[in-house]
Design a protein around this ligand. Structure first.
Ligand SMILES: NC(=O)c1ccc[n+]([C@@H]2O[C@H](COP(=O)([O-])OP(=O)(O)OC[C@H]3O[C@@H](n4cnc5c(N)ncnc54)[C@H](OP(=O)(O)O)[C@@H]3O)[C@@H](O)[C@H]2O)c1
Length: 331
């Protein structure tokens, strides 16, 4: 019986206000009673995992806890669809927040959280993209739905060297956009150009200015950082342009005036990858596995084992993480 299975997981414990993660042996019997039991072979690292692992109560309320908002692997027990033997992807909803996540070798989740693996993909390939890739795809999707097109001018991507940013740069460049990457990492200039960025500029491009409006230079934008840089970005968007906003590494608070909206008709588009209907996720997974594939991001992805998680997650909190990192449970 599956309930007898023991498995390895990277679990975070709270002790005297400190949060410490380590590998331990868990039992399938202790997983929540949902419809689909999945043997997870791969997960993916995200900024949110770093928040969970460091005790951010907005992400994870109770410890001990197994983080991992992404998981891919094989269904080993199911009361319906997807059936036993299916290869599936699970991202978002409550996975890795207050439901044990992909940093464990098994998860048990509701059937409506599972997307079937796109044709030609395996679990590792799916987890190169993970929530970050899905989010980049959703950001691009929203821009396109607003009518964004390459001939309108450059599209800017902030937090460009990060997990969402790198995928956004490569998708947009692949679609023929002239991409300006904003990055705080001088040593990533060549890598970002290799992904297709036409120009790489420093974070000072979006430094706080007292002016309510600035010279408009960007036709559209994918913003992964939020905070003060987003407020500055809005001042530099061309009339009718759109900004997909998905992140908050520079802070959750955006102090802006209405000027970009009422004088230039700028559109601020919210992007959520977590709670949206499964079908919207499915459509973007399909795009990522076909027209929007990012071969350079795939080639540059790094694989780590559970023993490397602590250092890799700390790098996210310091803004030092680069590109896509895959957790391979077999390492
Ligand atoms: N809405 C959703 O559903 C959704 C889904 C996924 C992620 N997110 C959010 O999107 C954001 C990015 O996630 P991620 O996984 O890509 O994280 P990440 O890999 O850490 O990338 C974030 C990047 O932002 C830049 N950065 C870091 N600190 C900064 C600061 N203080 N000011 C300006 N730039 C800074 C860095 O890039 P450079 O050094 O190149 O500037 C960093 O690599 C996070 O806030 C995450 O929570 C949201």
């Amino acid at each position: 019986m599956s309930n007898d299975i023991e498995y390895k997981a990277w679990r975070v414990h709270e002790k005297d206000g400190e949060y410490v993660g380590a590998e331990e042996t868990c039992r399938v019997a202790d997983l929540p009673a949902n419809e689909v039991l999945i043997r997870v072979t791969h997960s993916s690292l995200n900024y949110k995992d770093a928040l969970s692992a460091s005790g951010n109560k907005g992400v994870t309320r109770n410890f001990p806890h197994t983080p991992g908002i992404d998981a891919a692997g094989e269904v080993v027990e199911s009361s319906g669809t997807p059936g036993k033997g299916s290869q599936v992807i699970v991202t978002g909803y409550d996975l890795g927040m207050n439901t044990p996540g992909g940093f464990g070798e098994y998860i048990r989740v509701p059937a409506q959280w599972c997307v079937e693996m796109p044709a030609g993909w395996d679990a590792r390939k799916a987890m190169i993209y993970g929530t970050a890739g899905l989010t980049a795809g959703l950001c691009v999707n929203k821009l396109l739905r607003m009518g964004a097109a390459p001939e309108q001018g450059p599209v800017v991507v902030t937090g460009a060297s990060g997990a969402v940013g790198t995928v956004a740069v490569e998708i947009l460049a692949g679609l023929g956009f002239e991409v300006t990457a904003v990055s705080g990492k001088e040593d990533q200039v060549d890598a970002l150009k290799g992904l297709g960025a036409t120009a790489v500029v420093g974070r000072e491009t979006l430094e706080a200015s007292p002016k309510p409006m600035l010279k408009p230079v960007f036709a559209n934008a994918v913003d992964t950082v939020g905070g003060a840089p987003l407020a500055e970005l809005l001042k530099q968007v061309l009339p009718g342009g759109s900004v997909s906003c998905c992140g908050l590494v520079a802070g959750p608070k955006v102090e802006t005036t209405v000027m970009p909206f009422i004088l230039r008709g700028v559109n601020l588009l919210g992007v959520d990858s977590v709670e949206i209907p499964l079908d919207q996720k499915r459509q973007v997974w399909h795009k990522l596995s076909s027209d929007w594939a990012c071969p350079k991001t795939e080639a540059a992805a790094r694989d780590i084992g559970r023993g490397d998680l602590d250092g890799a997650l700390r790098a996210f909190l310091k803004g030092e993480s680069i590109g896509k990192i895959v957790l391979d449970h077999a390492r």
